[in-house]
Write a protein that binds this ligand. Structure first.
Ligand code: SF4
Length: 479
C-alpha cells in the first residue's frame, strides 16, 4: 500500500495566497497582535515609541514587544533563539511581518525598557479587571525562589574567603620552599622551573588580591556575602534542594481564576516583612476598599499585620510558634494565662505576674510581666527558667489584634487551606509548565522585568484558556 504523499516542493500553488491563511482564528498569536496594538507605547514609556525624522529607522517597539510576548508564551527567552525563531517560525513570520531583528537589538529592548515592560504587565491586569476575571475578594500571597544567573562557586561569604586565602597562602609558601630547595635529583619527576614557579606564584597572588578586596568590601559595607556574576543575587535555601544563589519572587494571586495581580522580586530570602507591601499593591491594582489576604506563617510579623489592618486588609496568617529556650512544654509562654481585666498573668504555679516596663525589639513593643519574689521560693523554678532572679513573660502590645487574626484563621480553615492551591498555580505553571525556574538576566532591575514577563505569559495563557482567542480579540477590538 502506498504512503500518504506530501506536496511537490516546486509546485507554485503549494502555499496559500496569504500568510494569514496559516494563522487560524483561534491561534494565540492573534491575542498578542491585538493586545500590543491596543497599547499606548509612548504613554508606557517605551524608547523609540515615536520615530525620528532623521537617521536610520529603528524597529517599532511594538514589533519587539510582540516578539518577546510570543517568546515568553512559547518557552523561548534568549535573544539569540528569538532571532532564529523570527526567521523560521511561521507564526512569528506572520506576527512580525517577516521582520528579523538581530539578537543584540532584541536583548537591548528588554534591557532598555524595564519600566515600560512592567507597565505592559499592569495593562494586562487592568484588562483582566475590566473583564471581571478577578474575584477581588480573596488573594493569596507567597514567595518562591528562582535561581539567579550566578553559580554557587561565584558566591562568597567571609568563611569561604578565609578558606581560599588560607589555601593560597599555603600554596605560595610551598612554591617558595620549592624555589629554595631546587632539588634536581629525581630526574623522572617533572620539576617546575624557577620561571614556572614564579608564574604560578603570580597567579595565586592575583587571586589572593581579588579575595582580599572582596573581604575588605564585605567588612566596609557590612555585607554578609558577595556574588560576583550577579552582585544582587543571594544564597538562599530552596525547597528540598539545599541552597542556591537565587532571588525571592513575591506574588499576589486572586482566588477566582488564579490570575496574578502583582509580583515583585526581592533579594532577601525571608518572606517576613513583605505581606503589607504586596497586599497594599494588590488592593490598589484591584481598586477595592477591603480585601481578604491568605499567607503562610513565614509572613507572620506584628508590624506587617498592624499595617494590613490599618489598610482594611483582613489577614489570614498561620501563627508562628516561638518556644524560646524553655525545653519543658508545661512552662512555655502559652501555658501562662492572661487575665485581660486585671492585666496580669497567672503562671503554672498559680502565682500572679504583674505588668512592668515596655521594651522595644525590632520595632515591636512588648510589656514585661514578672513576680521575682514568688519565683524566689518556687519549687518549679528549675523547670520554668534559667534566669537567677525569676521568670519574665513578654506580651506584645498588639496581642489583641494577633489573637483576633489567630482566631479568624483557625475558624476559617476551609478558606485558609485554599492558599496553597491558589498561589501554587502560577508558580507551578511558570516553573514546571514553562520551565522558567531560573532567570537569564542579572541585577535586581532586569530580573524584576523578566519576572513581569514570566507572570504576563502566565496570565495571558490563563485568560486564553478562560475566554478563548476569538473572544479576547473581539473584546480588544471593541475597547
Ligand atoms: S518560677 Fe516563677 S513564674 Fe515560674 S512557675 Fe515558679 S513562680 Fe511561676
Amino acid at each position: 500500500m502506498a504512503y500518504i504523499k506530501g506536496e511537490d516542493r516546486m509546485q507554485i500553488t503549494l502555499f496559500p495566497e496569504a500568510v494569514d491563511d496559516y494563522i487560524s482564528t483561534d491561534n494565540p498569536v492573534r491575542v498578542i497582535e491585538a493586545f500590543v496594538n491596543s497599547l499606548y507605547m509612548k504613554d508606557l514609556g517605551f524608547q523609540k515609541a515615536e520615530p525620528k525624522n532623521t537617521g536610520r529607522p529603528p524597529y517599532d517597539p511594538r514589533d519587539l514587544l510582540k516578539l518577546y510576548l510570543y517568546g515568553y508564551l512559547n518557552r523561548v527567552r534568549s535573544s539569540r533563539r528569538l532571532e532564529t525563531e523570527a526567521g523560521r517560525n511561521l507564526e512569528l513570520l506572520w506576527l512580525l511581518r517577516k521582520l528579523k531583528p538581530d539578537f543584540k537589538t532584541i536583548a537591548d529592548f528588554r534591557k532598555d525598557n524595564p519600566k515600560a515592560l512592567k507597565g505592559v504587565f499592569k495593562q494586562f491586569t487592568l484588562l483582566c479587571k475590566d473583564w471581571d476575571l478577578y474575584g477581588k475578594e480573596v488573594i493569596a500571597i507567597d514567595g518562591s525562589k528562582f535561581r539567579a544567573s550566578n553559580s554557587k562557586r561565584n558566591n562568597y561569604n567571609q568563611k569561604k574567603l578565609q578558606r581560599h586565602l588560607k589555601y593560597i597562602d599555603e600554596k605560595i609558601n610551598g612554591y617558595f620552599n620549592e624555589l629554595d630547595s631546587n632539588d634536581q635529583d629525581e630526574a623522572d619527576i617533572h620539576i617546575p622551573s624557577a620561571e614556572e614557579i614564579q608564574r604560578r606564584i603570580e597567579e595565586l597572588e592575583s587571586r589572593k588580591g581579588k579575595y582580599t578586596a572582596m573581604k575588605q568590601h564585605m567588612e566596609q559595607t557590612g555585607a554578609t556575602e558577595v556574588s560576583t556574576t550577579d552582585p544582587d543575587a543571594r544564597l538562599m535555601a530552596v525547597n528540598n534542594n539545599g541552597v542556591e544563589v537565587s532571588y525571592n519572587v513575591q506574588t499576589a494571586v486572586d482566588q477566582k481564576h488564579k490570575l496574578v495581580v502583582d509580583s515583585e522580586v526581592i533579594n532577601n530570602p525571608a518572606d517576613q516583612g513583605q505581606l503589607s507591601n504586596m497586599a497594599k499593591q494588590a488592593k490598589e491594582v484591584l481598586e477595592v476598599d477591603q480585601i481578604k489576604v491568605l499567607a503562610d506563617k513565614g509572613y507572620y510579623s506584628t508590624n506587617d499585620l498592624i499595617e494590613c489592618e490599618k489598610n482594611h486588609i483582613e489577614t489570614y496568617v498561620a501563627k508562628q510558634r516561638f518556644t524560646g529556650n524553655i525545653a519543658n512544654t508545661d512552662f512555655q509562654a502559652d501555658k501562662f494565662q492572661y487575665d485581660q481585666e486585671q492585666d496580669v498573668y497567672l503562671c503554672p504555679a498559680k502565682e500572679i505576674l504583674y505588668p512592668g516596663r515596655i521594651r522595644e525589639v525590632n520595632g515591636v513593643k512588648y510589656r514585661t510581666y514578672k513576680n521575682y519574689r514568688a519565683c524566689k521560693g518556687c519549687p518549679l523554678k528549675d523547670q520554668c527558667t534559667k534566669a537567677q532572679k525569676g521568670r519574665t513573660i513578654s506580651r506584645n502590645l498588639a496581642q489583641p489584634l494577633l489573637d483576633e487574626i489567630d482566631r479568624r484563621t483557625k475558624e476559617n480553615r476551609k478558606l485558609y487551606v485554599q492558599r496553597q492551591m491558589i498561589v501554587e498555580h502560577p508558580y507551578g505553571t511558570v516553573k514546571r509548565g514553562l520551565g522558567y525556574s531560573y532567570f537569564l538576566t542579572r541585577g535586581l532591575v532586569s530580573v524584576n522585568t523578566e519576572n513581569k514577563l514570566h507572570m504576563l505569559a502566565y496570565n495571558m495563557r490563563r485568560v486564553i484558556n478562560i475566554l478563548g482567542v476569538e473572544e479576547i480579540v473581539k473584546r480588544l477590538a471593541s475597547a
